[in-house]
Design a protein around this ligand. Structure first.
Ligand code: F6P
Length: 547
């Protein structure tokens, strides 16, 4: 990073801080078009972000200096950009539309990808058509995906988003949590003879997933009888084929993953099998095609028109230069209810780091936290805080415009609400107009001033609005790829390695002795802090005493 660039951006940030969005709009009649991007029928409006067109130009220059184009080439061509694990990062190869070779260690990965896709296609068709049978000969009618993190969030989001009651298929459920309640609730409507479990785990060592897989095996054995081979009720998706085989999954029912696919980027691999089962392989292929179209855009569009690049820059600008420590994502689509959870893993596991790729501390704030909820529900919960709270945060509105299942004028209400919220964050509700309005009702003096103060919305709160035509598989694939690449760009600007997650390991390691202490009364390691030891002792006592 050249020393003069941060100064330039700092100057831009100072200028922007000294003005308001309302002033920026008043000064520049072209702002709405200058700060909007188009991609097919999509319109991405970031005119309500706190930046001037000149700040965007400075950000684009910074992206060039930071080598974003170089890293993007390296991503797509399979260079080992996951430096701490010395791995390439090739989720884009999984949705590549052609068979152009992508080589890892001298071997082309495309043939293996295509072979796995053919197996997904055959398996999903066999399940959907009732050809795949359980141990007693009953056709499979329910599928439970057991997995957590990237082995759950992506396929669960997509299955939820594309669910269509009018097109029946096998019921598909997801169990991620080690909390026994999750598994028992999921299994309640299903019968063992017609239920198939997909055990999805890149490592096949994840504690929660293995515990749930064992619980599934016990449930099957209890329902079908101990002498029945429950093998036909399991499919595995993993990069650790020997461990899946050791669990008892037949070789022809284990679909591969590869080291070069990160868990949170894996829905495009066989991890997406539940999508093909729930909706059809063609739907899954359409999802891949939408993502591939976004990949092509990211690779080839000029910087100024490049959606992931510009959104990544704006996100980094907000966090690093304007100091917003959070980011809120509000999909105005009930079907995208799982989007915030998916983005939490994508953004926070990727970029929630304090050191750069070479181990040096970051030179400023890192990635913002991320949370959200669907609109309009969120409007009746936390939007009060967004409009009048003391911690302004940037908001992203994700708005598919056409309803898949229209009901009267409800889609109009939905879209209008999204646009109105973005407008309200920008414009706020100034005191002067309120004072005039309330004075007209007879209020005066201190009572009037208190009433005005309670109602003022400061505005000047930034937002981006992403309008997409509808929420079909193609557009959803493009949306998720947009967020993946945006996260990649943000990571490059932050200078972190977006593809490792060492922070997750500590909790996993510390849980092992606590499991022994809580479960069997084993002694805690000597270095256990007094607070944790007291909590373990209390929990053990209460857990042992029953209801
Ligand atoms: O939470 C850490 C993590 O390693 C994620 O990165 C990953 O998606 C998840 O656990 C599940 O891992 P696996 O697919 O190996 O079970």
């Amino acid at each position: 990073m050249s020393p003069s660039v941060p100064e330039t951006l700092a100057d831009h940030a100072r200028r922007v801080r000294a003005t308001t969005l309302r002033e920026l709009f008043a000064r520049d009649p072209d702002r709405a078009s200058a700060l909007a991007l188009h991609w097919g029928d999509w319109r991405v409006d970031f005119a309500k972000e706190r930046l001037a067109p000149a700040s965007l130009e400075a950000l684009l220059r910074h992206a060039e200096a930071a080598g974003v184009a170089h890293w993007t080439r390296a991503l797509f061509t399979g260079e080992r950009i996951n430096l701490s694990e010395q791995r390439p990062v090739l989720h884009t190869a999984l949705r590549q539309p052609d068979d152009a070779s992508v080589s890892v260690d001298g071997a082309d990965v495309l043939p293996e990808i295509r072979a796995t896709q053919r197996r997904m296609q055959a398996l999903s068709a066999a399940i959907r058509s009732g050809v795949r049978k359980g141990a007693t000969g009953a056709p499979i009618g329910a599928v439970v995906n057991i997995g957590i993190g990237g082995s759950d969030l992506g396929p669960r989001l997509v299955c939820d988003a594309l669910a269509d009651a009018a097109r029946p298929g096998p019921q598909v459920a997801f169990v991620s949590n080690v909390d026994p309640e999750h598994m028992s609730r999921a299994l309640a409507p299903f019968r063992p003879e017609s239920t198939l479990f997909i055990v999805t785990s890149k490592t096949f060592t994840t504690q929660e997933t293995l515990a749930n897989a064992k619980a599934a095996r016990s449930w099957l054995a209890a329902g079908l009888g101990p002498s029945v081979d429950v093998g036909p009720h399991f499919v595995g998706v993993t990069a650790n084929v020997p461990a899946a085989r050791a669990f008892g999954i037949a070789p022809h029912d284990v679909l591969p993953m590869w080291d070069w696919v990160g868990g949170r980027y894996s829905l495009w691999s066989a991890v997406g099998l539940p999508i093909a089962i729930a909706r059809s392989y063609d739907t899954f292929a359409s999802l891949l095609a939408g993502a591939a179209a976004m990949d092509a855009h990211f690779r080839t569009a000029p910087a100024r028109e490049n959606l992931p690049l510009v959104l990544g820059l704006v996100g980094w600008w907000n966090a690093r230069w304007l100091g917003y420590p959070q980011r809120v994502v509000v999909p105005y689509a009930h079907a995208l209810g799982r989007l915030p959870a998916f983005l939490q893993q994508l953004s926070l596991e990727s970029n929630g780091k304090s050191v750069s790729r070479d181990g040096a501390p970051l030179d400023g704030p890192g990635a913002p936290s991320l949370w959200g909820e669907v609109g309009t529900d969120g409007q009746h919960a936390f939007f009060q805080w967004l409009h009048q709270g003391t911690h302004p945060v940037p908001v992203e509105f994700v708005v598919p415009l056409r309803a898949r299942h229209p009901l009267a004028n409800q889609q109009t209400l939905l879209v209008a609400n999204a646009l109105a919220q973005a407008q309200a964050l920008l414009a706020g509700r100034p005191a002067e107009a309120l004072r005039a309005e309330l004075a007209g009702t007879g209020l005066a003096g201190a009572v009037l001033e208190a009433a005005v103060a309670a109602r003022v919305c400061p505005g000047n709160r930034p937002s981006t609005t992403i309008l997409l035509p509808t929420l079909d598989a193609w557009n959803l694939g493009a949306l998720l790829a947009l967020y993946e690449h945006r996260t990649f760009v943000e990571g490059l600007l932050l200078t972190v390695n977006s593809f490792d997650q060492w922070g997750v390991e500590l909790g996993k390691t510390l849980a092992t002795p606590l499991i022994a202490a809580l479960g069997d009364g084993a002694a805690l390691p000597a270095e256990t802090d007094a607070s944790t030891a007291a909590l373990v002792a209390h929990a053990r006592q209460v857990m042992a005493s029953g209801d």
